[in-house]
Design a protein around this ligand. Structure first.
Ligand SMILES: Cc1cc2nc3c(=O)[nH]c(=O)nc-3n(C[C@H](O)[C@H](O)[C@H](O)COP(=O)(O)OP(=O)(O)OC[C@H]3O[C@@H](n4cnc5c(N)ncnc54)[C@H](O)[C@@H]3O)c2cc1C
Length: 561
């Protein structure tokens, strides 16, 4: 079956929803979300959205803070437009019905100051900003008759002219499957979207309810699939974050950049039933102390003079070091010495969630581990969200605009998604016009070939676990050449096995996500191996220190055809 729209939006977080609303002014939109529409990273954002809002703040200060966090690898133009256009995007969200916590004196909004920001500039809705943004955007999208929402539709692969031609040629020869190798180049502006040879025609998507694949054809496709935290054993991200958009774009031939820069949050609850539950950094701000299990030693003093109040990355590295050298499963975060009423009043959600799991944080320490939190890299785009495949755009965490450089400044990601989705939407009319001027291409239906239903679900489960574990152990917070080489060998073997499985058995959502996870793991490792220095979030003990002379540039990857 083929469905046709003017715009296809893959993803229903802040980037996809806000783009869809604007594209709908120009044409009919089909929007895919692989689970329910309210399941996204956006929904879980706690802190808020950064923007210059206070008259005492300035664009220059926000730009400077963003560059300092990004270890100067940021793309200047991306930082400029994001910071300067940020306040207007916030005003639009407010106009859509997004609520922000008012200031204590009732005049304007309350602004928080987060790590790395020199001013108070984070607008928030208590500690559930993302849920509020998601609520308002979903309501607006559902009320827009020109947007057709397809929940539980998992995009499997992008359809491009080149792929259609290859498919036809292969079918004539009776060949199926096969994924080519990656080409890695140390990037630089010249490696960013330039060579526009192919054109995106839409995507194949698996209707998860009946496991049938539908072809979605569109003049313009927007990838807004979010990040890839699930590549790691421990992550703050919800289950949707399996890097599908990054993997699909790579398979289609788009350029990806800076995949080595993965941000880890220092404290995620460690409990078999907890799923992904973040223990806010504010717990340390209120006096929480990190301790070794058993001895109870407060270990941060050995790592940084600021002890438990050291920046996020320093704390994450310290915990990682203690866990890896001592073979620990977790460390403890202890706030039991703070009066119980203060703890309960200040952290009602954390207190209640831990209590549900049998941990009374007013009396005992919280077991925590660092966890993969945010991908700074992704599908390379220009300032209008264009990728290097014609008619294919990307926005939000899936994209690499260059805003974050080597490390993300807190609360800049919701901002980036809103700003670049808007910039892409400004091009919607022209992009649709350009697509309509091209000769129409008939999209072949999904080819199941001789594939049969799988009776080896254990293979998917095992490989899923192995990838996430090896990424955690070898490609985590602290890296070495040997660990990366070991990870690369294993991921290559796993990829081969998964590809074989993929082409022999009928696809399921688990199999599609596993394949994507393996691809993203491979891309992270390749970029990490290529960067012969330590910068921002990428710490390699075999090449410590930043090398500005040779490495003040992006790592970029593109599939070899
Ligand atoms: C716990 C937590 C706290 C955070 N706190 C903050 C914060 O305070 N401030 C901040 O700025 N950022 C924060 N972030 C980061 C921020 O939430 C994300 O970067 C941002 O929400 C990403 O938005 P997005 O629209 O790109 O993707 P998402 O919101 O992740 O949405 C992705 C969408 O794509 C869909 N999708 C994915 N793959 C497919 C597929 N194959 N087919 C169909 N649909 C697909 C998903 O179903 C989902 O609808 C936080 C993240 C987490 C996890």
């Amino acid at each position: 079956m083929t469905r046709t729209h003017d715009f296809l939006v893959v993803g229903g977080g802040i980037a996809g929803l806000s783009y869809a609303l604007k594209a709908a002014r120009v044409g009919r939109v089909g929007l895919l979300a692989k689970r329910a529409l309210d399941e996204s990273n956006t929904r879980w954002a706690q802190g808020g959205i950064a923007a210059v809002w206070d008259p005492r703040d300035s664009f220059e200060a926000h730009i400077r803070d963003t560059r300092v966090a990004g270890a100067d690898l940021n793309r200047s133009e991306a930082v400029e437009v994001c910071v300067r256009e940020g306040p207007d995007r916030i005003r639009e969200l407010i106009a859509l019905g997004v609520r922000f916590t008012p200031a204590d004196d009732g005049d304007g909004f309350h602004l928080t100051r987060e790590g790395g920001h020199s001013e108070r500039r984070v607008l928030h809705f208590d500690d559930s900003t993302g849920a509020e943004v998601q609520r308002a955007l979903v309501a607006a999208v559902r009320a827009e008759p020109r947007i057709e929402v397809f929940e539980r539709h998992l995009a499997v692969d992008l359809i491009t002219e080149r792929k259609v031609a290859r498919f036809r040629a292969k079918r004539a020869l009776g060949i199926r499957g096969g994924e080519a190798q990656a080409l890695l180049g140390p990037g630089g502006p010249e490696a960013w979207p330039a060579a526009r040879q192919d054109r995106c025609l839409g995507a194949y998507a698996l209707d998860v309810r009946d496991e049938r694949v539908v072809a979605f054809q569109a003049g313009v496709t927007m990838l807004a699939t979010g990040g890839a935290g699930k590549v790691y054993l421990y992550t703050t991200n919800p289950d949707i974050a399996s890097g599908d958009g990054m993997a699909m774009a790579f398979r289609a031939g788009a350029t990806l950049g800076n995949m080595e820069f993965v941000q880890f949050h220092p404290t995620c609850l460690y409990h078999p039933e907890a799923g992904n539950f973040l223990i806010s950094e504010a717990v340390r701000g209120e006096g929480g102390v990190l301790r070794l299990p058993g001895s109870g030693e407060a270990f941060m003093a050995r790592h940084d003079p600021r002890r438990d109040l050291a920046p996020r990355d320093v704390v994450a590295r310290a915990i990682d070091h203690e866990m890896k050298t001592r073979g620990l499963e977790c460390v403890h975060l202890d706030i039991a010495h703070v009066p119980a009423d203060v703890v309960v009043r200040r952290f009602p959600t954390i207190h209640a969630r831990c209590l549900e799991l049998g941990i009374d944080i007013t009396r005992e320490p919280i077991p925590v581990v660092p966890a993969a939190h945010y991908f700074c890299g992704g599908v390379a785009t220009d300032l209008s969200g264009r990728t290097d495949i014609l008619s294919l755009y990307a926005a939000g965490e899936v994209a690499c605009t260059g805003l974050h450089g080597a490390n993300r400044l807190a609360s800049n990601s919701l901002l980036e998604a809103a700003v670049f989705a808007d910039r892409a939407a400004r091009e919607a009319e022209a992009a649709l016009g350009a697509a309509r001027s091209k000769a129409p291409v008939e999209i072949p239906p999904w080819d199941e070939g001789d594939s049969v239903p799988s009776d080896e679900g254990v293979v998917v489960l095992h490989n899923w676990d192995e990838i996430r574990r090896l990424m955690w152990n070898y490609v985590g917070i602290v890296r070495t050449d040997r660990r990366l080489a070991r990870a690369r060998r294993r991921v290559e073997m796993l990829k081969e096995e998964i590809e074989e499985y993929y082409w022999n058995f009928r696809i399921t959502s688990d199999l599609v996500e596993l394949r994507n996870l393996a691809t993203v793991a491979d891309l992270v490792i390749r970029c990490a191996q290529a960067r012969r220095e330590s910068r921002g979030l990428h710490l390699n003990l075999d090449c410590p220190g930043a090398d500005d002379a040779r490495w003040l540039r992006d790592t970029t990857l593109r599939r070899a055809w």
